[in-house]
Design a protein around this ligand. Structure first.
Ligand code: FAD
Length: 400
């Protein structure tokens, strides 16, 4: 019976899933979260088949699906022409996965669902409103100083997982470089009650290519489960935050997609986008997972999915290593770092370029290519295996 303590820093979706997987595997778990409550601002919302399989292995898939919308299709559109270029159908994956669809739901719902599962496990302690302030490790274990409502405390564990987001304290404490770059443009997310399925006939996840400024539309359940759409737009470097978040920007960006209908915007959010991968995913007894280890643009909805895959693989590695096998622990970094570069960084950069392409010939060729993929079942299956990270999971298992 495994009895080591795993300290997990951060109860975002990746930290929460790490904690649940570790607790179910028999580890003693300390989950430490700086905020008093899970952040509910609009962030990741797309959960791919490969990730749904993992949530099923944790026993939470039925509850999770109830929290979201099931999306069989996703679309590519030519925005200036208002033309559907390609509709990809996940049901073509029915022989390969129990979940031939995507679930669209807000990431905080997953984190909260997992926290409610953890509350029932005697070997897991969740400390909300508690920030990790210092970290030390030696051959025997890891010690962290945490600060919460009751003041400072010290926690000891055999292992520590830094799932504390893109600005990770843990990564900085390890002095691990976050290699890569930040895009000059920011991304604007407008959440609206306008129903684009009715007015445009688009799928719950739709990518609109436009040399003058792409748009992504996707539908989530909303906290009232009435459904709402998020529209994402690039904002050029020289546009101020105030301007981008102002009514003029909303009218200019959303207006052309509404055909004069009221915009019904309920939330506006602007954020910086990066492509970065940590130089190390493991230093001694400390591991990085999720955004602490890698960040990418959200086109394709891959970052959080990859983070959840990190969580599952890390717990499996800790179990298999059984405290002693260093090669199995090193394998976590060997696999996860390379897979992130190959599947997530590369695809999200390609996705962005495809949507913003300005050369008319290259643009036409790229859109024609998508149409050809959607028209050929074998090519569409291969395409969806890659975009849903099923290939990434298979490659991970095949990597020694
Ligand atoms: C504004 C924004 C919008 C986004 N939009 C999208 C999107 O549209 N689509 C998409 O695919 N992805 C999006 N992302 C990315 C996606 O949200 C992340 O991939 C996902 O949140 C990663 O989960 P995580 O658990 O690794 O990190 P996070 O969700 O960031 O969770 C990290 C947690 O660690 C906690 N923490 C931090 N420091 C400490 C500390 N010292 N001690 C204790 N706890 C600590 C934080 O409070 C936080 O709860 C967005 C990200 C941001 C920031």
């Amino acid at each position: 019976m495994v009895q080591d303590t795993v300290i997990v820093v951060g109860a975002g979706p990746v930290g929460a899933v790490t904690a649940l997987a570790a607790a179910q595997a028999g580890f003693r778990v300390e989950l430490v979260e700086a905020s008093a409550e899970i952040d509910t601002s609009p962030r990741a919302a797309t959960f791919h088949p490969s990730t749904l399989e993992m949530l099923a292995s944790l026993g939470i898939i039925d509850d999770f699906i109830r929290l979201g919308l099931v999306a069989r299709y996703f679309d590519y559109w030519d925005k200036p022409a208002r033309r559907l270029v390609a509709r990809m159908d996940h049901s073509i994956l029915a022989e390969e996965t129990d979940f031939p669809f995507v679930v669209q739901t807000e990431q905080h719902k997953l984190a909260n669902l997992v926290l409610s599962e953890l509350a029932a496990l005697p070997n897991a302690t969740v400390r909300m409103g508690t920030r990790v302030r210092a970290l030390e490790q030696d051959d025997e274990g890891v010690t962290v100083t945490v600060e919460g409502a009751a003041g400072e405390e010290t926690l000891h564990g055999s292992w520590l997982v830094g799932a504390d987001g893109g600005r990770s304290f843990v990564r900085k404490a390890l002095d691990v470089e976050f290699e890569g770059y930040t895009w000059p443009e920011r991304f604007l997310v407008l959440t609206t009650l306008h129903d684009f399925e009715v007015t445009l006939g688009c799928s719950y996840r739709s990518y609109f290519a436009d040399p003058g400024g792409w748009t992504n539309l996707f539908k989530v359940a909303g906290d009232d489960y009435q459904g709402r759409w998020r529209a994402v737009f690039p904002v050029p470097e020289d546009e101020s935050d105030e301007e981008a978040l102002g009514d003029g920007s909303v009218a200019r960006r959303l207006g052309p997609l509404l055909d004069g209908a009221p915009d019904q915007v309920v939330h506006r959010n602007l954020y910086r986008v990066h492509q970065r991968v940590a130089a190390r995913f493991r230093v001694g007894r400390v591991f990085l997972a999720g955004d602490a280890a890698h960040v990418n643009n959200p086109i394709g909805g891959l970052g959080l999915n990859c983070g959840i895959h990190d969580a599952m693989e890390l717990v499996e590695s800790l179990q298999q290593a059984d405290g002693a096998n260093d090669d199995v622990l090193e394998r976590y970094e060997r696999r996860r770092r390379q897979l992130n570069i190959e599947f997530v960084q590369q695809q999200t950069i390609d996705n962005k370029r495809r949507l913003e392409e300005t050369d008319p010939e290259v643009r036409a060729a790229r859109l024609d290519e998508l149409a050809a993929i959607a028209a050929d079942p074998e090519r569409m299956r291969a395409f969806l295996r890659r975009t849903s990270l099923l290939d990434s999971v298979a490659k991970s298992r095949a990597t020694a």
